[in-house]
Design a protein around this ligand. Sequence first.
Ligand SMILES: NC(=O)c1ccc[n+]([C@@H]2O[C@H](COP(=O)([O-])OP(=O)(O)OC[C@H]3O[C@@H](n4cnc5c(N)ncnc54)[C@H](O)[C@@H]3O)[C@@H](O)[C@H]2O)c1
Length: 219
Amino acid sequence: MDTVIVTGGASGIGAAVARLAAEQGLRAVVWDLVAVDGGSVVNVRDPEAVAAAFAAAGPVRYLVNNAGPASGGPALAFTDGLAATAGSMELVTSAWLATGPPEGSAVVNVASVAGNLVGTDSAWYSAGKAAIAGYTRHLATRIAPRVRANAVAPGFIDTPRMAGFADSALGRSLIERNPMGRAGRPEDVAAAVLFLLSPAAAYVNGVLLPVDGGWTVSQ
Ligand SMILES: NC(=O)c1ccc[n+]([C@@H]2O[C@H](COP(=O)([O-])OP(=O)(O)OC[C@H]3O[C@@H](n4cnc5c(N)ncnc54)[C@H](O)[C@@H]3O)[C@@H](O)[C@H]2O)c1
C-alpha cells in the first residue's frame, strides 16, 4: 500500500484529501498541529519534527503540502509569512526528496488563487502563495521524471477557517459572481489533488490548477 503524507490534514481541505486518498486505497498519514486518528503531531515549520516524522513514516510515495496559516489569522511579518507558507513546503519537500522517493512519485502543493491570479489584503499571503507556484515549477523541472510536481489554486472553499464567510457581504458577492453559483467544498479540491497524484496525470507536471468554479476567469 503506497503512503501519502497530507500536511494540515486534520481539517478542511487536508482532511478531505486524506479521506479520499484512503478511499482510493492509499495509506493516508496526516501531519498536523492537532492530533487525529492515523496522524502525528508535526509542525511543518520544525525541521527536526519533520525529519523524525519521515523516519517514522517508512517509504513515502506521495506528498501533499497543504498546511499553511490563514490570511486572516494572526498578523505575521512579511518574511515570517513567506516562511510559514512557501518555506514550510520547501522544508517538507526537501526532507522527503532526501529519503529517495521511488519512480512514479508525485507531490501536490496547495497554493491559492490569491497567489498568481488575484491580489488580496494580506501581502505575505499573496506573495507566499505565488512563491509556492514558483517553487512547484522549480521542482517540476528538476526532479522529474522520477517525481512529478504540481500545484492547485483553490478559490473560496468552505472550510473551518472560512466559517461564516459565505454569509458575509463579501462572501455572498463572491458566490454571486462565481459561475458555479456556490462556494467550493473541500472535496472539490481533494478530487483535483488525487487526480494530480494519480497515474491518470502521468504526463501532467508543473501546472498550477485553479479549483475555483471559474471565478478567476469570470472577473
Ligand atoms: N479555504 C479556502 O478558501 C482556501 C483557499 C485557497 C487556499 N487555501 C489553502 O488550503 C490549505 C488548507 O486550508 P483550509 O481552508 O483547509 O484550512 P483549515 O484551517 O481548515 O485547515 C488547516 C490545517 O492546517 C493545520 N496547520 C496549520 N499550520 C500548520 C503547521 N505549521 N504544521 C502542521 N499543520 C498546520 C491546522 O492545524 C489545520 O488543521 C491552506 O494552505 C490554505 O492557504 C484555502
